[in-house]
Ligand binder design. Structure first.
Ligand code: TXE
Length: 480
């Protein structure tokens, strides 16, 4: 039985109250371990360790910190298969997805920010009688609070830029998925990473998470999670004038225009809708299809969905694993019930699969496609965050734009068309932070990542991450 303890000042130690939370494998329903259930006193210890380590870490040169990021990337690369296995065990996601997406991206996050920081140019603004130098300094001790859907991928997406800019860290992974954060901490120990620079406090949001938000010496909060929790984070952090990055929920539209390549669009829409069982904030959980090609497209889409293998996430050919927990499964199923009440028709899925004994107690749901709902129905406007996608027809681009923009979220979307210029122009009309044309989840880490409305505040990626994790001083030198 795994015992996952806090990682403070380079050592693993249980929370002061010696309390633990159970940790489960959602694909089998089995308890796999326990994690420390920390509170404010543990956060105090972690912040103190981060403060004590701050001078040493921030006084390293940028090149020395870049070297450390490269060493971490190499150490994670050597453990890629272990990361994939542990992430799959903790989340119920297919091992192939955990390897291709979670493990690979966790390694890439360090290598990308090492390279990106290397290429940073000094920001200098010349006047006719003076020169302005923009000097970047670390923020100090930063708090990273992350969710359960892409645990190590999203945590390292914040750790790498925070470290390279000279900050020290107190992190709280989701209490549902602590294992790869623990593996990451062990890796830092193995490479003799400076103690206290990176700390983990495990536990529940309202106790451990909230204590990080409230701690006066935590100067910035980078949060990824639900919109509801994002409101709580903002309410606590804003009056303390902490820097705040909020990456929240989404209800993204996959829009198929009348000149799309129907087969390519059906494959793309199925991938966008059901990757990680729909538990990615970027998932295309609403498909909008031009009525002139709706029948043909829907036929191909259903074929793509029904070809997905649902089952044991430890098997290489599994496409859809379990969702994160029985509680989340019930939440997702309640939306299927709601959809029927709102006049929806289930075109495929909507039921739990019959699986072998090992997974008979797992939180599995067949990928589900529902048509016939009003675009303003609750099912089509609230984030479900599971393998449930709604299908809506439109007549002409104007109506498609209106429908795509008809939720309180604004994170991402995709549009499928054979006319790339049309796709680009269409994308400009959509109120989201990210739009893909004839693809989905194709990522250049230099680009701004984040959303508007209830999808959050701020952007991550490239220069946006380096700016968030640093403070600027403009030094204006009068020329003699
Ligand atoms: O997020 P939560 P979860 C959305 C999606 C999903 C919902 C819940 O809608 O259903 O979020 O997912 C910590 N003070 N997305 O449970 O609950 C919590 O312990 C401080 C979209 O992951 O918001 C965890 O570490 N911290 C998202 C983290 O916040 C608190 C990806 C996220 O938990 C807290 C994942 C509090 N009061 C979920 N309450 C995206 N945009 O990528 C909780 N936490």
């Amino acid at each position: 039985m795994l015992k996952i303890e806090n990682f403070i000042d380079g050592e693993f130690k249980s929370s002061i109250n010696e309390e633990f939370l159970d940790n489960y494998n959602p694909a089998t329903g089995e308890k796999v371990g326990e994690i420390s259930s920390s509170g404010p006193r543990d956060v105090e210890k972690a912040v103190k360790a981060a403060e004590d380590a701050f001078f040493g870490w921030s006084s390293l040169s940028m090149d020395e910190r870049i070297n450390w990021l490269e060493k971490i990337g190499d150490a994670l690369e050597a453990k890629k298969e272990e990361i994939a296995k542990v992430e799959s065990l903790d989340t119920g996601k297919p091992i192939s997805l955990a390897r291709r997406v979670d493990a690979n991206r966790s390694i890439t996050n360090f290598r990308f920010f090492a390279q990106f920081a290397k290429n940073q140019e000094a920001q200098i603004f010349e006047m006719n009688d003076a020169t302005n130098y923009v000097h970047r300094k670390p923020v100090g001790v930063v708090g990273l609070i992350t969710p359960w859907n892409l645990p190590l991928y999203l945590l390292t997406w914040k750790i790498a830029p925070a470290l390279v800019m000279g900050n020290t860290i107190v992190a709280k992974p989701s209490e549902l998925t602590p294992l790869t954060a623990n593996l990451f901490a062990k890796t830092l120990q193995e490479i003799d990473f400076p103690k206290g620079v990176f700390n983990i406090v495990h536990g529940l949001g309202p106790s451990a998470g909230q204590a990080i938000l409230e701690h006066p010496n935590v100067k910035a909060i980078s949060f990824t999670g639900g919109t509801q929790t994002g409101r709580i984070v903002a309410k606590i952090a804003a009056p303390l004038f902490k820097k705040l990055s909020l990456e929240l929920g989404g209800k993204n539209a996959t829009v198929i225009l009348n000149d799309a390549d129907i087969l390519q669009a059906a494959k793309g829409a199925a991938k966008a809708g059901f990757t990680n069982s729909g538990q990615v904030c970027l998932c295309g959980s609403r498909i909008l299809i031009d009525e002139s090609i709706a029948d043909d497209f829907t036929k191909h889409l259903i074929e793509e969905i029904e070809a997905m293998k649902v089952g044991n996430p430890q098997e290489e050919d599994t496409d859809i694993g379990s969702v994160i927990s029985p509680q989340h499964l019930e939440k997702v199923e309640s939306y299927i019930q709601l959809a029927l009440e709102e006049g929806g028709e289930i075109l495929t899925g909507g039921n739990r699969p019959k699986l072998d004994k090992v997974n008979s107690n797992g939180a599995f749901l067949m990928p589900t496609l529902i048509s016939g709902l009003d675009i303003k129905s609750r099912t089509a406007t609230e984030e479900i965050f599971g393998p449930v996608v709604t299908l809506h027809t439109f007549k002409g681009d104007e109506e498609a734009i209106k429908m795509a923009n008809s939720t309180d979220y604004g994170l991402a979307g995709s549009v499928w068309t054979s006319d790339l210029q049309r796709g680009k122009e269409f994308s400009k009309q959509i109120d989201t932070g990210i739009m893909w044309v004839n693809t989905w989840l194709h990522r250049d880490l230099r680009t701004p990542f984040g959303g508007v409305k209830n999808s959050g505040v701020g952007r991550e990626g490239g220069q946006w991450s380096l700016s968030f994790f640093s403070e600027m001083t403009n030094i204006c030198v009068k020329n003699d």
